[in-house]
Design a protein around this ligand. Sequence first.
Ligand code: HEC
Length: 121
Amino acid sequence: MRTHAAWMMAAAFAAALSFAVAPSTASAADKKAERTWKAKCSSCHGIDGKGKTEMGTKMGIGDMTTAEFQKDLTDAKIKATIENGITREKNGKKQEMTSFKDDLSPEEISALVGWVKAFKK
Ligand code: HEC
């Protein structure tokens, strides 16, 4: 009886522990980046980064999950784009990305740099 109780305790403890650790390997910073991405970026780029949104189609936004899209994207370039936005014409389509310099903190911007790079498979 006594050993049984001890075993139950151990099992409950192990279960609690695995529950605390298991749900996600994503760090708190990732979670925050994901929220910011969904709130500020996904309307154009899509939650999955593929750009298959109404805005994305209209502006011809590329697919961030492809090697093609990622190949020229350095950290510095991603950061500069988030800070300064984009206004240009590409393949006959007007492209416009908002500048987020006044809207996001430096920490949020660097978290997003990581998020964008993580789309690369
Ligand atoms: C209003 C629409 C819109 C929103 C919102 C938007 N973007 Fe963009 N973004 C664009 C367009 C258009 C491009 C150019 C895509 C292309 O050429 O394929 C682009 C390109 C990029 C690029 C590629 C950089 C480059 O120089 O080509 C990155 C990185 C990026 N966006 C990140 C973000 C992040 C992070 C957010 C949220 C903070 C965001 N975007 C929000 C429209 C948007």
